[in-house]
Design a protein. Structure first.
Length: 95
């Protein structure tokens, strides 16, 4: 499951940032701060979809919510592919 949010004010050249564990705690704060700095943010969660969608709702720039177990190669390649397709190449990664 993933959701995308398109904000018309986001510039296409804005960097794309993936924040794993962005549904709460430090990850949530990083996602919000990177958004404030102008990044398009991929909000990652493993088990808290509602929380991840709530974080996405606080973002002002284009964003996407992705899920997958970061311990599994196939899941990681899957959500990186989705991020690239929907937002562009991921230039920043925080975990």
């Amino acid at each position: 499951m993933s959701a995308a949010k398109d904000r018309s004010g986001t510039r296409p050249e804005s960097p794309v940032a993936l924040v794993t564990g962005a549904s709460g705690g430090l990850g949530r704060e990083l996602a919000i701060e990177l958004d404030a700095l102008g990044c398009r943010v991929a909000v990652h969660y493993n088990s808290s979809e509602d929380a991840a969608l709530a974080v996405q709702g606080k973002l002002h720039n284009e964003s996407v919510v992705v899920t997958g177990d970061v311990g599994h190669y196939e899941a990681v390649t899957g959500f990186f592919g989705e991020i690239t397709e929907r937002l562009g190449p991921c230039l920043l990664y925080t975990s």
